[in-house]
Design a protein around this ligand. Structure first.
Ligand SMILES: [Zn+2]
Ligand SMILES: [Zn+2]
Length: 227
């Protein structure tokens, strides 16, 4: 599982870094040393993400652990989109509050400065975390599968969204159309234009997928004017 997470990171970040080079040549110019550090931290994080995921996957296969199901008729069909939303919302909630905690100065220095050392972040920064931060992220989905029933396909979709948004939110340009990002629905979801502002200004825009907690807690400063 460590290998899978590591290769998944290299493939996804590598693809979007390549795309960045094609569409926005020069955007990562002069950032070679930073990119090297981003890849190094990310590979350590991949190991930290892979261990609990591998353990839970083993327990699911061999010990009947977890609420993961493979028979799509085991739950009503409407539960598929609902379970997707529940996973994303639960992960987002966990992320928002642990992220705010990591911006308390003494914890920032210890656990979160590594992630913000990317100035500006690149597509390689998706998993560029200090091991403590990586651990807070690595436990979420492996714990959720014990609590919230989920079809294996939906779980795959959750991991796909997590991976792609983690990379694209850091790559320094917006891949979604302006009309969508600035639409009413776009006003509630987080893409690169929103997360970029967190990296520029630090004490705002803490969310992962949705702007719900940021809006509720008054930490939403809106979209980055730069992207
Ligand atoms: Zn970030
Ligand atoms: Zn932060």
């Amino acid at each position: 599982m460590v290998l899978i997470v590591g290769l998944r990171y290299l493939a996804t970040s590598g693809f979007f870094a390549w795309l960045t080079g094609r569409l926005h040549p020069g955007l990562y110019q002069g950032l070679d040393r930073q990119v090297k550090a981003e890849i190094g931290w990310s590979l350590v994080s991949a190991a930290i993400y892979g261990l609990p995921a591998g353990l839970v996957a083993w327990g699911w296969q061999n010990r009947g652990w977890t609420q993961i199901y493979t028979d799509v008729s085991a739950w009503p069909l409407w539960y598929l989109p609902l379970s997707l939303f529940l996973y994303l919302f639960a992960h987002d909630t966990w992320f928002y509050w642990t992220h705010r905690w990591m911006h308390v100065p003494r914890w920032f220095k210890l656990a979160h400065a590594v992630h913000h050392a990317s100035r500006p972040p690149t597509a390689w920064a998706a998993m560029s975390f200090h091991p403590i931060e990586a651990l807070t992220g690595a436990l979420v989905v492996p714990l959720l599968v014990f609590v919230i029933p989920v079809h294996i396909g939906v779980l795959g979709l959750v991991l796909l969204i997590m991976t792609v948004m983690g990379v694209t939110n850091h790559m320094g340009w917006e891949m979604f159309p302006r009309a969508l990002v600035h639409s009413k629905a776009g006003n509630w979801v987080i893409t690169a234009t929103h997360h970029q502002r967190h990296h520029d200004e630090y004490l705002c825009n803490f969310g992962l997928y949705f702007r719900f907690w940021d809006k509720l807690c008054g930490t939403d400063r809106g979209l980055s004017p730069r992207l």
